[in-house]
Design a protein around this ligand. Sequence first.
Ligand SMILES: [Fe+2]
Length: 305
Amino acid sequence: MRDQVTKRTRYPGPITEAKKHPHDLVERGFATDEALARVLDRYPADLFDINLYDYDAEGQVSLRTGARGKLSGDKLLEAIQAGRLWVNLRDAQNGCPDLWNAAMGEFRKIEAAYPGLKAVRNAGQLIISSPVARVPYHFDPAGVVLFHLRGRKRIFVYPGDEAHLPERNMEQIVARQTTEELPYVRAFEADAQVMDLEPGEALTWPLYAPHRVENLDRFCVSLSMDFQTWPSRFRNGALYTNAVMRSRGGSPRFTEGMSTPELAARWAASLALKKVGGLKSKLDSFERDFEPQVGAADGAGALRA
Ligand SMILES: [Fe+2]
């Protein structure tokens, strides 16, 4: 049993496995069609990510991305409910402050359930997604609490060890050098912790643990809140510094074997490197493929200039 816990938690921290917690955001009315249409109407267009995922027989993903377009909030909601879209409203802490403030109250209760857990920065995204949408295998360089508000979804959480979460890939992703997600093979499924989420439930899992999501034939709404702790901040900075060293021909040691002072020094180095433009993000600009449209296949219509 001890081995299993160690294996699931490559990075130290008080959250050792995926676990549900109750929340009150649904009964407070944040997830009705009317409330969501209002949020969509007001949300800044540059904070929308609209994704359409396709999978082959091996579970390998390809992605098309959508522009916000001109649909009103209620029509956009209709396109999502009838389509195959995954809509992320980024910076929810600014974009929907009422929901965010209520969620922070619930977050503090969950945080208190893990002695030693101390978030130093919280941010998040409101996710509004079609009944059959699925999100591919990935990790977030942070802790996550997923507040589920509508529909049903199944979360698969995998161990954060080198086999499931190679450090070389973590470096590339933290330094925004690739649009690729983590390598995934079907054999990982045997290692997954699988949890079904209902409205009123929030799920958290060990920091950095890879995961993927399947909606269970219902239109889904969730608030995904990510948080940094000092250890995760140090770790992310060290991963960034390692990515820069590697791009210059170095072969840095894995962060997994580093002490806290070493991680802190590499975090400090990452701040200096970012200041002088250490690695240019390769993700800053990319083309959009469609815009949401009611009645179009998958809810994805042609782009209009
Ligand atoms: Fe995630």
